[in-house]
Design a protein around this ligand. Structure first.
Ligand code: EPZ
Length: 418
């Protein structure tokens, strides 16, 4: 397990590069199962989730080769295998092997997926989609056993615009006879990233990024090539740090369009920034206004930036209110923020009040989950004195090379293996 130690108060200046998006990469690797032969994924982030996903690929007898930040995957000798709990439980994205293996093999056996405890996080919408395509899904102890003699394309309406379910059903639909239409599909950029990979392999997919996606079943795909989109959540986290401590901090390699909801909120509360084609340059704002934030599916305000944003709002003038509509347990980090001097109040599982500005003081804290850990890291950077963040492995799951990146722009930060 790792802990991160921060001496707060340093200005953040210079240039920080955004890595490939975790939530794209963790879907692209399982999706490569659909490619017969070699596929290449560029701009893969250096995060621990990737390690677990590549272990699963090797379990399926695929050959993998990293060349810098490119991953070459060869499924020529792929062999069916069940995915054991010690791997599936390490991350939520292991569930993407369900759709990919269903399309490639007509079956999948995988223990329950893991993931941050920010809510119940069922996968009923995924399962309903597989069943609509003609698959049989059994749950035996803590394992899903999914089988299908034949998958038949059909129209599927998602009860909630779930990112995971949209991608998983898109993968499975490629193994179906005929056309599948997903209604109320999620519109996150990660969906477009995965669809572009599949289209490069020869898939016929229309509408990715909109609420209606049409997939023509085609199990024989080859020569996949894709570049992982820049991580909009990592970028947003760095931009928030810049608004608190920046001195012309340049956050490089962003797709601003993916950050519109955050950038619009920052402008609303008086935070200025310079936007160029692939970078946002931002400096510390001394007069941050309070606001109301409601997290929504894309293109609304992303739930994954809610926790880092709460840290920023501890420095805003007055009372801010956060309505977290996506998860029911995503305020755990605020208990530690309050220990550092913040004034936040959990109204109920979906609503939080933040009163500012408050002076934060370095403390020993514990990362509660990935983005909760990121919020504590932001708090440690602005706190007076030394903070120690235990269970920092949560943070390393979604922020590649984060300590060296922050050191390079002036942060006084170290990481220890304990
Ligand atoms: C993806 O999770 C991301 N993870 C999450 O990022 C992100 O918060 C989420 O999308 C929303 O943007 C990955 O991509 C690996 P959902 P996912 O299905 O697919 C409910 C991070 O910090 N739901 O859109 O699991 C669910 O309980 C992580 O990077 C069902 O009820 O999100 C939740 O309340 C955290 N039934 C809501 O929908 C289902 O079958 C959002 O889930 C599926 C989801």
């Amino acid at each position: 397990m790792h802990r991160i130690i921060v001496e707060g108060g340093s200005k953040l200046t210079g240039e920080i590069k955004v890595s490939g998006a975790k939530n794209s990469a963790v879907a692209l690797i399982p999706a490569s199962i659909l490619c017969k032969g070699k596929s290449i994924i560029y701009n893969v982030p250096e995060i621990s989730d990737i390690d677990y996903l590549t272990k699963i690929m090797k379990l399926l007898n695929c050959d993998l080769k990293f060349e810098n930040d490119s991953l070459i995957i060869d499924t020529t000798n792929i062999k069916y295998n069940e995915i054991p709990e010690n791997l599936s439980v390490m991350m939520r994205a292991s569930y993407y092997y369900m759709g990919a293996m269903l399309a490639r093999f007509g079956k999948a056996e995988i223990s329950f997926p893991g993931g941050c405890t920010i809510g119940a996080r069922p996968i009923d919408i995924h399962i309903k989609g597989f069943e609509s395509l003609g698959a049989k899904v059994e749950i035996i102890r803590n394992k899903y056993i999914i089988t299908a003699d034949k998958l038949i394309g059909t129209k599927i309406y998602l009860d909630f615009a779930s990112v995971g379910a949209t991608i998983n059903i898109m993968l499975a639909a490629l193994g179906a006879e005929g056309t599948t239409i997903i209604e109320n599909a999620a519109r996150e950029p990660e969906i477009v990233n995965v669809a572009s990979f599949l289209i490069n392999m020869g898939a016929d997919i229309k509408g990715a990024g909109t609420s209606t996606i049409e997939i023509v079943g085609k199990p024989c795909l080859e020569n996949g090539v894709v570049e992982v989109f820049p991580d909009r959540i990592e970028a947003g986290t760095f931009i928030i740090m810049g608004a608190l401590l920046g001195d012309n901090l340049k956050v490089k390699g962003v797709i601003s369009e993916h950050l519109e909801s955050l950038l619009s909120k920052l402008s609303e509360i008086g935070i200025e920034y310079v936007q160029s084609s692939d970078a946002i340059t931002i400096s510390k704002c001394d007069n941050i206004g309070s606001c109301y934030i409601k997290t929504l599916v894309y293109p609304g305000f992303p739930t994954d930036l809610q926790q880092p944003m709460v840290t920023l709002l501890t420095q805003a003038n007055g009372k801010s209110v956060i309505e977290e509509t996506i998860y029911e347990n995503r305020f755990k980090n605020t208990l530690y923020l309050n220990e550092m001097g913040a004034k936040t109040n959990i109204i109920d599982e979906h609503n939080l009040e933040v009163f500012g500005p408050t002076k934060l003081v370095g403390k020993n804290v514990v990362a509660t989950d990935l983005r909760g850990g990121a919020s504590l890291l932001v708090a440690a950077l602005i706190s007076e004195g030394r903070s120690v963040i235990d269970d920092a492995d949560y943070i390393l799951r979604g922020y590649g090379n984060i300590v060296n990146k922050l050191k390079s722009i002036g942060a006084k930060i170290e990481i220890e293996n304990v």
